[in-house]
Design a protein around this ligand. Sequence first.
Ligand code: 5GP
Ligand code: ZN
Length: 113
Amino acid sequence: MSNCIFCKIAAGEIKSASVYEDEHVYAFKDINPQTPVHLLVIPKKHIASMNEMNAENSALVAKCLEAIPKIAKDLKLDGGYRVIANCGADAGQTVFHLHFHVLAGRPLGEKLV
Ligand code: 5GP
Ligand code: ZN
């Protein structure tokens, strides 16, 4: 997607603080962290949101999820972490390139679920 900020970040066209990269996945620090550790894990290929996940691209989404425990180990997130994917307006999704927030670094307080 030519006009997608996370596609540009994954391609290195916009700078980001990288924490992990492989063939299919890119992970970087959120520009507006809500917790001491706030990462975004994205597929390099453009998928707009969870609503666009299907049998053709679900393996790429799985690659993102598989990366998360590797990142957690590398960054020593031994106290645990929370993974969130906002999908659509009611969830407050603002960037329409599928991403998983990884929040950690302090007790995360009240849970929604
Ligand atoms: P959403 O609200 O769509 O679930 O999450 C989008 C996230 O992307 C927000 O937490 C926001 O701070 C982050 N974000 C938006 N633009 C940029 C950017 O240019 N660089 C980085 N590193 N994070 C961004
Ligand atoms: Zn994109």
